[in-house]
Write a protein that binds this ligand. Sequence first.
Ligand code: PGA
Length: 255
Amino acid sequence: MNKAKRAAVIAGNWKMNKTPKAAAALIEEMKPLVADADCKVVLCVPAIDIPAAVAAAKGSNIEIGAENVHFKASGAYTGEIAADMLVEAGVKYVVIGHSERRQYFAETDQTVNLRTLAALNAGLTAIVCVGETLEQRELGYTETLLKYQTKMALTNVTAEQLKNVIIAYEPVWAIGTGVTATADQADEGNGFVRAAIAEVYGQEVAETVTVQYGGSMNAANAEELLSKVNVDGGLIGGASLKAQDFSVIVKAAAQ
Ligand code: PGA
């Protein structure tokens, strides 16, 4: 296993936080703090914030992501946003299948797959989220579920397209709860994801895919989590809303 084969990516997931003005201000605050990052730095922001975020990040090493994308190119889908709209707005990444979307907005493994394909076909990098609930973990289904979700999300994704896929392992019980997976649990979960990729695409390809951990990653625990061989980065919720904390996580990814 060789961590150097894959890019370290720290991505913030702002969820439904920050108005456009507040988004621009936070990015201005972050820019000098992450300027010397030795990893990719991404901020996934609410759709309405994208123009302000792209403008604020211009000329810096911060890239902007969206938090969702629809799987159709256009049409009668009120409230939805197509991949080419995101691309034209300057978006490079998109979070797909976050557990909050699975839980509150009826996202399924099938729609996660369709959204992933739409994102990849438009040239976006997809950050695909997988993760087990506490109940599923306690029943002993973590490995089965993570492999299933990973393979379902990647249905019909070619090995070439996989170069633009990041998988984020986010145990549902660790998201926004302050309960972080231990570094060993994160490494194990990420390892299950990588094993699923290896079963479909082969070990060599699997070793090149960035697998993030997400779920209460913060300035205090990031270094230990990111030191694990299968943890190639983080998807950060709460701590990505604080410039100082986020920059500490970014710095931890470089070590
Ligand atoms: P959290 O969220 O860091 O606030 O737990 C992570 C996520 O949901 O991506």
